[in-house]
Design a protein around this ligand. Structure first.
Ligand code: SAH
Length: 237
């Protein structure tokens, strides 16, 4: 597949339609707001972000990008949803966060323009929305400096993830709009680790993100049945 075609325009449109509600903590984006402190702490537990150059791929309205910038990183957020980027820019402007820029470009194109540029690359809740996630993983690796960090998250593919992430979240609990996720695009940790290994990224940490709908609590553990986080380092040159 040609890298510039590694985008599903229906997916981008889905996020664009909802973009105006991105910073509403009671909207479709409530889960992203709820998990943000957990993923931010997890990233910082591996790599100090202060004064580091950081690229956030598939940044959307900027929930993660802005929190990383507030933690002192020099952040570039990229996405292909113009509407989401507009919301992200506006929010950063209103919040007075300056060490943060947003650009409309694909990870693959930026990797061609700026290889080996970033100390840290994050790509969270995005890989399950692209036609060929292996190409995005390759771009993550290319964009990272040797020895630098890559943090990813996505959704496992099995009966439990189908029941929790699609049936539960979209149909029973109405946490996400119906059609947010497509089962066939979920990625097993073993598959993602295969893509990473081929791209020159070495696993440092793999954690599962768990949710209790009764307490509305999220937490990390060693098991990865549904959502999971993967921390990697690029092999030194
Ligand atoms: N990473 C953010 C947003 C996740 S929502 C967070 O976790 O808070 C998924 C985002 O991926 C949306 O903003 C969508 O526009 C973006 N996206 C989907 N396919 C993409 C692609 N091929 N290239 C860049 N961004 C993409």
């Amino acid at each position: 597949m040609n890298t510039s075609s590694n985008v599903d325009s229906a997916e981008i449109e889905k996020f664009s339609q909802l973009a105006h509600r991105w910073w509403d903590k009671d909207s479709e984006f409530k889960p992203l707001h709820a998990i943000n402190p957990i993923r931010l702490d997890w990233i910082k537990s591996h790599a100090p972000v202060s004064d580091k150059t950081l690229l956030d791929i598939g940044c959307g309205g900027g929930i993660l990008s802005e929190s990383l910038a507030r933690s002192g990183a020099q952040v570039t957020g990229i996405d292909l949803s113009v509407k989401a980027l507009k919301i992200a820019k506006l929010h950063a402007l209103e919040a007075g966060v300056k060490n943060l820029e947003y650009v409309e470009i694909s990870a693959e194109d930026l990797a061609t323009q700026k290889p080996g540029t970033f100390d840290i690359v994050t790509c969270m809740e995005m890989l399950e929305h692209v036609p060929d996630p292996a190409l995005v993983v390759q771009a993550c690796a290319r964009l990272t400096k040797p020895g630098g960090w890559v943090f990813m998250s996505t959704i496992n593919r099995n009966v439990q993830s189908f029941l929790m992430a699609i049936v539960g979240a979209e149909y029973v609990l109405n946490m996400l709009p119906k059609g947010t996720h497509e089962y066939a695009k979920f990625i097993r940790p073993s598959e993602l680790l295969g893509f990473c290994n081929s791209a020159g990224l070495e696993e440092v940490d793999l954690k599962g993100l768990h949710f209790n709908p009764l307490s509305q609590r999220y937490w990390l553990s060693q098991t990865t049945p549904v959502n999971y986080f993967l921390a990697l380092q690029k092999r030194p040159a």
